[in-house]
Design a protein around this ligand. Structure first.
Ligand code: ATP
Length: 235
């Protein structure tokens, strides 16, 4: 079943037509990756889904409901977690405080504590650093914190915007392992990446975006073998 469906979505920044009739679906339980080069519209797609940037035309349906005109806050409450590019954690807050911020709409302390324990189970490194200020953590640790924060509201879908960006190869491996592990436990994931090789290796299906349009979609394995994809994105 389609958990998330974009149909003919057009998004503009002033006069810039950033998404030109984009359609894509993410089914429950899938890892879907959206790959493409710089400026293709990957981040804009995620921002449009959570209405940080509004679609001017087209529809975004989530869990059977039209969310195109909903507010970002309500979209988060509906079950969409967006982990933006560049690990925007709160640098002055501790690991624990950052996680608490992730559960912004939860008032029940017990539920928050359960969420923090869950995060620590996934990311033992964060547990060791619970009182450390976010801004003093390494890039990889900050990315783990950003993902863990996204999970605090028990979302139905996790949207990750270039989680591997700027990380050393070993940490990139770890991040992709986490993606696989989360998915095995049932999390649906929409993964935006420039690192097409690794993204396609962990995804079930993939979409290739170029200047705001989907130019290819297929099973991840098929895209990995596709000469056009190999030449443009796997070189
Ligand atoms: P990258 O991999 O470099 O992050 P991307 O595929 O995520 O690229 P987007 O950030 O979605 O690309 O940008 C798509 C297009 O929209 C680009 O041409 C970009 O310059 C433009 N754009 C993005 N944000 C804005 C903005 N706030 N104002 C004006 N133009 C923007």
């Amino acid at each position: 079943m389609a958990l998330l469906e974009l149909t003919n979505v057009h998004t503009y920044y002033g006069g810039i037509h950033a998404l030109k009739g984009l359609s894509m679906t993410v089914n429950e339980g899938e890892v879907v990756t959206l790959i493409g080069s710089n400026g293709a519209g990957k981040s804009t797609t995620l921002k449009t889904i959570c209405a940080q940037t509004r679609a001017k035309e087209g529809k975004v349906i989530f869990n059977g409901k039209d969310i195109t005109q909903m507010r970002t806050h309500d979209i988060a409450l509906a079950g969409i977690a967006h982990v933006p590019e560049g690990r925007r954690i709160f640098p002055k807050l501790t690991v624990r405080e950052n996680l608490e911020m992730g559960a912004f709409s939860v008032s029940d302390k017990k539920v928050i504590e359960e969420g923090i324990e869950r995060a620590f189970a996934y990311f033992p490194r964060l547990k060791e650093r619970v009182s450390q200020k976010g801004g003093t953590m390494s890039g990889g640790e900050q990315q783990m914190l950003a993902i863990a924060r996204g999970l605090m509201m028990k979302p139905k879908i996790l949207m990750l915007d270039e989680p591997s960006m700027g990380l050393a190869p070993i940490l990139v491996e770890q991040i992709f392992e986490i993606v696989t592990e989360l998915n095995k436990e049932g999390m649906t994931i929409l993964l935006v990446e420039q690192n097409a090789n690794q993204a396609l290796s962990v995804a079930h299906r993939g979409y290739v975006i170029q200047t705001g349009e989907i130019i290819l979609k297929d099973d991840a394995q098929t895209l990995l073998m596709n000469p056009q994809v190999r030449e443009a994105y796997l070189a």
